[in-house]
Design a protein around this ligand. Sequence first.
Ligand code: PMP
Length: 406
Amino acid sequence: QTALDIETIRKDFPILNRKVNGKPLVYLDNAATSQTPQQVIDVIVDYYQNYNANIHRGVHSLSQEATDAYEAARIKIQKHYNIAKTHEVILTSGTTHSINLVANGFTSFVKKGDEILVSAMEHHSNIVPWQMLCERTGAILKVIPMNQNGELVMEAFHDLLSDKTKMVFCNHVSNALGTVNPIKEIIEASHKVGAAVLVDGAQAAPHIKADMQALDVDFYTVSAHKVCGPTGVGMLYGKEEWLNKLPPYQGGGEMIAEVTFEKTTYADLPHKFEAGTPNICGGIAFGAALDYMNSIGFDAIAQYEEELLQYATAQLLAIDGLKIYGTAKNKTSVISFNIDGIHPYDIGTILDKLGIAVRTGHHCAQPIMDFYKIPGTVRASFSFYNTKEEVDVLVEGVKRARNMLL
Ligand code: PMP
């Protein structure tokens, strides 16, 4: 039985009280974005009510207060991910920004004929920037294949690695299937051939507290909105030696040491990568969101979500014609499914009428859909604030949709 007091936790989330189409909201689209607890909403309101100011440059008190809160958030993120140095935490607008920053910077390190490996189960945001890098440089993109269970074929990965491999990109957890990838093995093997590794941690963030030093990963990316924080803010972790080598991504204020029309010198880390006024309130709220999640505890969250996953999987599989995609041994609380003969969009539309929010479509991971030869899936993704009763509502809803559509 779970150690979490779910009823009390749910009271932290005002949105969970609302109705959708006259029915109580059952929010099962947590992999797309998580909901925001009152504790984080309060931090956002407090910022705008009491100390909204631009940071780093002001001598006045409000600016100092905002700067202190923003930099305190950076330290919270550093501690959460066990990052060695505070300036290895770059605050970005989210995972997509983080990945583009690195992909752009690698233009100077990659040449024609070099190889870049991506996994077969990446989000588009971890495919397209590397394709663009290959177009710019003549490097070759190679794909680490996956099997029918939605697991990476690790023998094939090891075979693909060579001294031509310059970079390897993989998500920690697949957003479309929930698979937890063996990133430690990927990082170790890649480093043996001298390749750098970027792990997209967007989907892992709400489920797994990743330890940057233990993983020894070169880059790791997170979006705050997946961990009960606001949209438009996230983290790029980079090892100091990489961040020092990488050129700045955007030019502007905040990221310079000195500017003349003849020559500009760049600011030290992390500011070199933080041009312009950042999402100040968002950064502070990101820190508050991690505080909130840690107050519940990642071990307890993982254990409870596993219970929800097992419960929902068993009930859904009992429905005639229902197939689950992504049956990896190690997976998070995401269930991607279809029912024979029914388009996922139609199921999603009926579920919405019943107040149930799921995602339908390719989940920004079209290559996975092509692999299974399907147009998309219905994806229910569970968070620690979901209940078994909500799973029951989902299962009843899916049965009803099936009866209506078949
Ligand atoms: N990678 C993965 C695995 C994701 O799930 C997402 C968000 N759906 C992203 C990257 C992109 O994150 P963002 O849209 O916050 O930049």
